[in-house]
Design a protein around this ligand. Structure first.
Ligand code: FEO
Length: 399
Protein backbone atom coordinates (compact mmCIF):
# COMPACT_ATOMS: atom_id res chain seq x y z
CA UNK A 1 0.00 0.00 0.00
CA UNK A 2 1.22 3.51 -0.79
CA UNK A 3 2.35 5.84 1.99
CA UNK A 4 2.66 9.35 0.53
CA UNK A 5 1.70 12.85 1.63
CA UNK A 6 0.73 16.00 -0.23
CA UNK A 7 3.03 18.74 1.03
CA UNK A 8 2.27 21.63 -1.33
CA UNK A 9 0.49 22.36 -4.62
CA UNK A 10 1.68 19.70 -7.09
CA UNK A 11 4.19 18.34 -4.56
CA UNK A 12 4.24 15.01 -2.69
CA UNK A 13 6.51 13.40 -0.12
CA UNK A 14 7.07 9.85 -1.33
CA UNK A 15 9.93 8.79 0.96
CA UNK A 16 10.00 6.26 3.72
CA UNK A 17 11.63 5.59 7.07
CA UNK A 18 13.08 2.71 9.00
CA UNK A 19 14.20 1.77 12.48
CA UNK A 20 16.13 -1.40 11.77
CA UNK A 21 19.59 0.03 11.08
CA UNK A 22 21.37 0.81 14.29
CA UNK A 23 24.36 2.49 12.63
CA UNK A 24 24.20 5.32 10.08
CA UNK A 25 27.02 5.01 7.54
CA UNK A 26 27.83 1.88 9.56
CA UNK A 27 29.42 4.00 12.28
CA UNK A 28 27.04 6.49 13.93
CA UNK A 29 24.36 5.06 16.24
CA UNK A 30 20.81 6.00 15.30
CA UNK A 31 17.37 5.06 16.44
CA UNK A 32 15.41 5.43 13.23
CA UNK A 33 15.82 7.66 10.21
CA UNK A 34 13.75 8.95 7.31
CA UNK A 35 14.80 9.00 3.68
CA UNK A 36 12.87 11.78 2.03
CA UNK A 37 12.06 11.79 -1.65
CA UNK A 38 9.77 14.26 -3.37
CA UNK A 39 7.61 14.12 -6.48
CA UNK A 40 6.50 17.24 -8.35
CA UNK A 41 3.55 16.68 -10.65
CA UNK A 42 3.67 19.57 -13.11
CA UNK A 43 3.26 19.45 -16.90
CA UNK A 44 6.43 17.42 -16.55
CA UNK A 45 6.79 14.94 -13.70
CA UNK A 46 9.88 15.40 -11.54
CA UNK A 47 11.34 13.09 -8.91
CA UNK A 48 13.72 14.80 -6.49
CA UNK A 49 16.21 12.23 -5.19
CA UNK A 50 15.49 8.61 -4.35
CA UNK A 51 15.98 6.68 -1.09
CA UNK A 52 18.16 4.10 0.57
CA UNK A 53 17.76 0.67 -1.01
CA UNK A 54 16.48 -0.69 2.32
CA UNK A 55 13.19 1.23 1.88
CA UNK A 56 13.07 1.12 -1.92
CA UNK A 57 10.05 -1.23 -2.17
CA UNK A 58 7.82 1.24 -0.37
CA UNK A 59 9.33 4.15 -2.28
CA UNK A 60 8.75 2.51 -5.69
CA UNK A 61 5.17 1.75 -4.78
CA UNK A 62 4.72 5.37 -3.66
CA UNK A 63 6.19 6.64 -6.91
CA UNK A 64 3.98 4.42 -9.06
CA UNK A 65 0.88 5.38 -7.10
CA UNK A 66 1.44 9.12 -7.35
CA UNK A 67 2.44 9.01 -11.02
CA UNK A 68 -0.87 7.25 -11.56
CA UNK A 69 0.06 6.04 -15.03
CA UNK A 70 2.01 9.15 -16.09
CA UNK A 71 5.57 8.76 -17.32
CA UNK A 72 8.45 10.05 -15.24
CA UNK A 73 10.16 12.91 -17.08
CA UNK A 74 12.96 14.01 -14.73
CA UNK A 75 14.96 12.65 -11.82
CA UNK A 76 16.89 15.42 -10.10
CA UNK A 77 19.86 14.05 -8.15
CA UNK A 78 20.81 16.57 -5.51
CA UNK A 79 23.07 14.15 -3.64
CA UNK A 80 24.77 10.92 -4.66
CA UNK A 81 25.42 9.33 -1.25
CA UNK A 82 23.77 5.90 -1.52
CA UNK A 83 21.27 6.57 1.27
CA UNK A 84 19.61 8.77 -1.37
CA UNK A 85 20.84 7.33 -4.63
CA UNK A 86 20.90 3.55 -4.26
CA UNK A 87 17.39 3.22 -5.71
CA UNK A 88 18.27 5.17 -8.87
CA UNK A 89 18.90 2.03 -10.91
CA UNK A 90 15.50 0.66 -9.89
CA UNK A 91 13.91 3.89 -11.13
CA UNK A 92 15.77 3.65 -14.45
CA UNK A 93 14.61 0.05 -14.90
CA UNK A 94 10.97 1.09 -14.43
CA UNK A 95 11.12 4.46 -16.21
CA UNK A 96 13.83 4.02 -18.87
CA UNK A 97 13.05 7.33 -20.60
CA UNK A 98 13.61 9.43 -17.49
CA UNK A 99 16.14 12.24 -17.85
CA UNK A 100 18.53 12.45 -14.91
CA UNK A 101 19.44 15.99 -13.95
CA UNK A 102 22.70 16.61 -12.13
CA UNK A 103 26.09 18.25 -12.51
CA UNK A 104 29.41 16.99 -13.80
CA UNK A 105 30.29 15.56 -10.39
CA UNK A 106 26.93 13.79 -10.24
CA UNK A 107 27.63 12.22 -13.60
CA UNK A 108 31.05 10.94 -12.47
CA UNK A 109 29.58 9.40 -9.34
CA UNK A 110 26.67 7.80 -11.20
CA UNK A 111 29.24 6.06 -13.40
CA UNK A 112 31.21 4.98 -10.32
CA UNK A 113 28.22 3.53 -8.51
CA UNK A 114 26.18 2.10 -11.41
CA UNK A 115 26.56 0.29 -14.71
CA UNK A 116 23.77 1.81 -16.80
CA UNK A 117 24.51 4.19 -19.68
CA UNK A 118 24.74 7.42 -17.69
CA UNK A 119 25.68 9.71 -20.60
CA UNK A 120 22.58 8.95 -22.62
CA UNK A 121 20.33 9.38 -19.56
CA UNK A 122 21.78 12.60 -18.26
CA UNK A 123 21.17 16.28 -18.61
CA UNK A 124 24.08 18.17 -17.06
CA UNK A 125 23.20 21.48 -15.44
CA UNK A 126 25.32 24.41 -14.31
CA UNK A 127 25.23 26.39 -11.10
CA UNK A 128 22.28 28.81 -11.11
CA UNK A 129 20.76 27.20 -14.21
CA UNK A 130 16.96 27.03 -14.30
CA UNK A 131 14.62 24.60 -16.02
CA UNK A 132 10.90 24.95 -16.50
CA UNK A 133 8.61 21.99 -15.87
CA UNK A 134 5.42 23.86 -16.82
CA UNK A 135 4.16 26.03 -13.97
CA UNK A 136 7.30 25.55 -11.94
CA UNK A 137 10.79 26.93 -12.53
CA UNK A 138 13.49 24.93 -10.82
CA UNK A 139 16.84 26.55 -10.13
CA UNK A 140 19.94 24.55 -9.26
CA UNK A 141 22.18 26.02 -6.59
CA UNK A 142 25.45 24.14 -6.23
CA UNK A 143 26.44 23.45 -2.64
CA UNK A 144 29.66 21.44 -2.94
CA UNK A 145 30.80 19.69 0.21
CA UNK A 146 27.55 20.24 2.03
CA UNK A 147 28.41 16.79 2.47
CA UNK A 148 29.87 15.57 -0.86
CA UNK A 149 31.33 17.47 -3.85
CA UNK A 150 28.35 16.95 -6.17
CA UNK A 151 25.73 18.28 -3.75
CA UNK A 152 23.32 20.84 -5.10
CA UNK A 153 20.11 22.39 -3.85
CA UNK A 154 17.06 22.71 -6.07
CA UNK A 155 14.98 25.83 -5.52
CA UNK A 156 11.45 25.95 -6.86
CA UNK A 157 11.09 29.63 -7.81
CA UNK A 158 7.34 29.22 -8.25
CA UNK A 159 6.48 27.74 -4.85
CA UNK A 160 9.57 29.13 -3.02
CA UNK A 161 10.46 25.64 -1.81
CA UNK A 162 14.08 24.67 -1.24
CA UNK A 163 15.13 21.06 -1.71
CA UNK A 164 18.23 21.14 0.43
CA UNK A 165 19.85 17.69 0.13
CA UNK A 166 21.57 16.79 3.44
CA UNK A 167 21.37 20.33 4.78
CA UNK A 168 18.85 21.06 7.56
CA UNK A 169 18.20 17.34 8.08
CA UNK A 170 18.34 15.21 11.18
CA UNK A 171 18.61 11.66 12.44
CA UNK A 172 15.38 10.19 13.81
CA UNK A 173 12.30 8.72 12.19
CA UNK A 174 9.37 11.02 11.48
CA UNK A 175 6.73 8.89 13.17
CA UNK A 176 4.12 10.31 10.83
CA UNK A 177 4.82 13.91 11.89
CA UNK A 178 6.16 15.08 8.56
CA UNK A 179 6.48 18.79 9.30
CA UNK A 180 8.71 20.51 11.84
CA UNK A 181 5.73 22.11 13.58
CA UNK A 182 4.05 18.72 14.03
CA UNK A 183 6.34 18.07 16.98
CA UNK A 184 8.38 19.97 19.53
CA UNK A 185 11.62 20.20 17.52
CA UNK A 186 13.84 21.15 20.45
CA UNK A 187 12.53 18.25 22.52
CA UNK A 188 12.23 15.64 19.77
CA UNK A 189 15.00 16.48 17.32
CA UNK A 190 17.50 19.18 18.29
CA UNK A 191 20.12 16.87 19.83
CA UNK A 192 19.86 14.54 16.84
CA UNK A 193 19.91 17.44 14.36
CA UNK A 194 23.09 18.77 15.96
CA UNK A 195 24.63 15.30 16.12
CA UNK A 196 23.74 14.78 12.45
CA UNK A 197 25.20 18.13 11.38
CA UNK A 198 28.39 17.92 13.44
CA UNK A 199 29.25 14.35 12.49
CA UNK A 200 28.17 14.45 8.83
CA UNK A 201 28.84 17.97 7.61
CA UNK A 202 30.66 19.55 10.57
CA UNK A 203 34.05 19.35 8.89
CA UNK A 204 32.91 21.54 6.02
CA UNK A 205 31.89 24.69 7.89
CA UNK A 206 33.40 26.99 5.28
CA UNK A 207 31.44 25.34 2.47
CA UNK A 208 28.22 25.44 4.52
CA UNK A 209 28.83 29.16 5.04
CA UNK A 210 29.22 29.60 1.24
CA UNK A 211 25.94 27.76 0.65
CA UNK A 212 24.15 29.89 3.25
CA UNK A 213 25.49 33.04 1.60
CA UNK A 214 24.15 31.86 -1.76
CA UNK A 215 20.71 31.52 -0.17
CA UNK A 216 20.86 34.97 1.38
CA UNK A 217 17.94 37.07 0.15
CA UNK A 218 16.10 34.06 -1.30
CA UNK A 219 12.52 33.77 -0.09
CA UNK A 220 12.06 30.26 1.32
CA UNK A 221 8.58 29.10 2.33
CA UNK A 222 9.47 25.47 2.92
CA UNK A 223 12.69 23.49 3.23
CA UNK A 224 12.56 19.87 2.06
CA UNK A 225 15.67 18.07 3.35
CA UNK A 226 16.60 14.48 2.60
CA UNK A 227 16.28 13.41 6.24
CA UNK A 228 13.94 14.54 9.01
CA UNK A 229 10.98 16.89 9.06
CA UNK A 230 10.06 19.36 6.33
CA UNK A 231 10.45 22.95 7.53
CA UNK A 232 7.38 25.07 6.95
CA UNK A 233 7.46 27.19 10.07
CA UNK A 234 10.18 29.15 11.92
CA UNK A 235 12.63 28.46 9.09
CA UNK A 236 15.08 31.07 10.37
CA UNK A 237 15.55 28.89 13.49
CA UNK A 238 17.26 26.04 11.64
CA UNK A 239 19.13 28.40 9.32
CA UNK A 240 20.51 30.24 12.36
CA UNK A 241 21.59 26.92 13.93
CA UNK A 242 23.44 26.05 10.72
CA UNK A 243 25.02 29.48 10.66
CA UNK A 244 26.32 29.03 14.21
CA UNK A 245 27.47 25.45 13.80
CA UNK A 246 29.26 26.18 10.53
CA UNK A 247 31.06 29.17 12.06
CA UNK A 248 32.15 26.87 14.90
CA UNK A 249 30.48 29.18 17.38
CA UNK A 250 29.22 27.51 20.57
CA UNK A 251 25.49 27.56 21.22
CA UNK A 252 25.87 27.55 25.00
CA UNK A 253 28.28 29.21 27.33
CA UNK A 254 28.77 26.12 29.45
CA UNK A 255 31.12 23.22 29.94
CA UNK A 256 31.28 19.54 29.17
CA UNK A 257 33.64 17.40 31.20
CA UNK A 258 34.98 14.36 29.37
CA UNK A 259 37.03 11.85 31.31
CA UNK A 260 38.64 8.46 31.14
CA UNK A 261 38.81 6.48 34.33
CA UNK A 262 40.09 2.94 34.78
CA UNK A 263 39.28 2.41 38.47
CA UNK A 264 37.10 5.44 39.28
CA UNK A 265 39.66 7.92 40.65
CA UNK A 266 39.61 10.20 37.61
CA UNK A 267 35.85 9.93 37.47
CA UNK A 268 35.88 11.15 41.07
CA UNK A 269 37.88 14.23 40.05
CA UNK A 270 35.40 14.88 37.22
CA UNK A 271 32.53 14.75 39.71
CA UNK A 272 34.31 17.05 42.19
CA UNK A 273 35.12 19.49 39.36
CA UNK A 274 31.48 19.50 38.20
CA UNK A 275 30.24 20.18 41.72
CA UNK A 276 32.71 23.00 42.31
CA UNK A 277 31.72 24.59 38.99
CA UNK A 278 28.05 24.27 39.86
CA UNK A 279 28.68 25.90 43.25
CA UNK A 280 30.13 28.83 41.34
CA UNK A 281 26.91 29.18 39.37
CA UNK A 282 27.78 27.32 36.15
CA UNK A 283 24.66 25.74 34.71
CA UNK A 284 23.94 22.93 32.25
CA UNK A 285 27.20 21.10 32.98
CA UNK A 286 27.44 17.68 31.38
CA UNK A 287 29.90 14.97 32.39
CA UNK A 288 30.75 12.11 30.02
CA UNK A 289 32.69 8.90 30.45
CA UNK A 290 34.62 8.61 27.19
CA UNK A 291 34.59 4.81 27.49
CA UNK A 292 30.85 4.45 27.28
CA UNK A 293 29.73 7.51 25.32
CA UNK A 294 29.61 7.28 21.57
CA UNK A 295 32.02 9.63 19.80
CA UNK A 296 29.15 11.20 17.83
CA UNK A 297 27.62 12.48 21.08
CA UNK A 298 30.97 13.80 22.33
CA UNK A 299 31.55 15.62 19.02
CA UNK A 300 28.06 17.07 19.04
CA UNK A 301 28.28 18.24 22.65
CA UNK A 302 31.69 19.75 21.92
CA UNK A 303 30.11 21.79 19.13
CA UNK A 304 27.36 22.89 21.55
CA UNK A 305 29.51 24.12 24.43
CA UNK A 306 32.06 26.90 24.78
CA UNK A 307 34.26 25.03 27.28
CA UNK A 308 35.60 21.50 27.49
CA UNK A 309 37.46 19.90 30.39
CA UNK A 310 39.46 16.83 29.42
CA UNK A 311 40.54 14.46 32.19
CA UNK A 312 42.76 11.65 31.00
CA UNK A 313 44.50 8.78 32.67
CA UNK A 314 47.82 7.53 31.35
CA UNK A 315 47.47 4.22 29.59
CA UNK A 316 50.49 2.31 28.29
CA UNK A 317 52.48 5.55 28.73
CA UNK A 318 50.09 7.45 26.45
CA UNK A 319 46.81 9.31 26.49
CA UNK A 320 43.94 6.94 27.32
CA UNK A 321 42.80 5.53 23.93
CA UNK A 322 39.19 6.75 24.23
CA UNK A 323 40.36 10.29 25.02
CA UNK A 324 42.86 10.16 22.14
CA UNK A 325 40.02 8.96 19.92
CA UNK A 326 37.77 11.80 21.09
CA UNK A 327 40.42 14.42 20.33
CA UNK A 328 40.99 12.87 16.93
CA UNK A 329 37.26 13.02 16.18
CA UNK A 330 36.92 16.73 17.05
CA UNK A 331 40.06 17.43 14.98
CA UNK A 332 38.59 15.52 12.02
CA UNK A 333 35.40 17.54 12.29
CA UNK A 334 37.43 20.75 12.34
CA UNK A 335 36.13 21.96 15.70
CA UNK A 336 37.50 25.41 16.53
CA UNK A 337 37.19 28.26 19.03
CA UNK A 338 36.80 26.28 22.24
CA UNK A 339 38.31 26.85 25.69
CA UNK A 340 39.91 23.72 27.12
CA UNK A 341 41.13 22.68 30.55
CA UNK A 342 43.23 19.58 31.05
CA UNK A 343 43.72 17.33 34.08
CA UNK A 344 45.86 14.20 33.97
CA UNK A 345 46.06 11.18 36.23
CA UNK A 346 49.01 8.81 36.29
CA UNK A 347 50.15 6.31 38.85
CA UNK A 348 53.69 6.00 37.56
CA UNK A 349 53.98 7.77 34.19
CA UNK A 350 52.74 11.40 34.18
CA UNK A 351 52.86 13.61 31.09
CA UNK A 352 49.71 13.02 29.05
CA UNK A 353 48.64 16.68 29.44
CA UNK A 354 51.54 17.60 27.17
CA UNK A 355 50.44 15.11 24.51
CA UNK A 356 46.86 16.38 24.68
CA UNK A 357 48.08 19.96 24.30
CA UNK A 358 50.16 18.96 21.29
CA UNK A 359 47.12 17.37 19.66
CA UNK A 360 44.95 20.41 20.37
CA UNK A 361 47.64 22.75 19.00
CA UNK A 362 46.99 21.23 15.56
CA UNK A 363 43.46 22.65 15.68
CA UNK A 364 42.30 26.24 15.13
CA UNK A 365 41.78 28.63 18.05
CA UNK A 366 41.71 26.04 20.78
CA UNK A 367 42.47 28.06 23.88
CA UNK A 368 44.09 25.71 26.41
CA UNK A 369 43.88 27.30 29.85
CA UNK A 370 47.06 27.63 31.87
CA UNK A 371 45.99 26.02 35.14
CA UNK A 372 46.40 22.29 35.15
CA UNK A 373 46.62 19.46 37.56
CA UNK A 374 48.57 16.23 37.61
CA UNK A 375 47.19 13.58 39.90
CA UNK A 376 49.01 10.51 41.01
CA UNK A 377 46.46 7.70 41.28
CA UNK A 378 43.91 9.67 43.33
CA UNK A 379 43.36 13.31 44.21
CA UNK A 380 44.61 14.39 47.65
CA UNK A 381 43.36 17.14 49.96
CA UNK A 382 46.54 19.13 49.40
CA UNK A 383 45.64 19.37 45.69
CA UNK A 384 42.32 21.08 46.34
CA UNK A 385 43.84 24.53 45.82
CA UNK A 386 45.13 23.52 42.40
CA UNK A 387 41.69 22.21 41.51
CA UNK A 388 40.08 25.40 42.82
CA UNK A 389 42.44 27.42 40.62
CA UNK A 390 41.25 25.43 37.60
CA UNK A 391 37.63 26.05 38.61
CA UNK A 392 38.24 29.81 38.99
CA UNK A 393 39.98 29.97 35.62
CA UNK A 394 37.10 28.12 33.91
CA UNK A 395 34.52 30.33 35.63
CA UNK A 396 36.38 33.48 34.54
CA UNK A 397 36.03 32.38 30.90
CA UNK A 398 32.34 31.51 31.28
CA UNK A 399 31.08 34.67 32.95
FE1 FEO B 1 22.01 11.45 3.84
FE2 FEO B 1 25.20 12.62 2.71
O1 FEO B 1 23.61 11.59 2.80
Amino acid sequence: MQCTRKIDDDLYWIGSEERKYSLFENIIPINGISYNSYLLLDEKTVLLDTVDYSVSRQFLENLKYRLNGRKLDYLIVNHMEPDHSSAIEEVILRYPDVKIIGNIQTSKMLKQFFNFDVDSSMQIVKDDETISTGKHNLKFIFAPMVHWPEVMFTYDETSKILFSADAFGTFGALNGNLFNDDSDFEKCYLNNARRYYCNIVGKYGMQVQSALKKLNGTEVKKICPLHGPIWRDNISYIIEKYNKWSKYEPEDKSIIIIYSSVYGDTENVANILANKLSEKGIKNIKVFDSSNTDFSILVSESFRCSNIAILSTTYNLEVFPKIAEYIDHIRRMNLQNRTISIIENATWAPGVSKSIKEQLSKMKNMNVLEKNLSIKSSIKDEQENDLNNIVDEIVSTLK
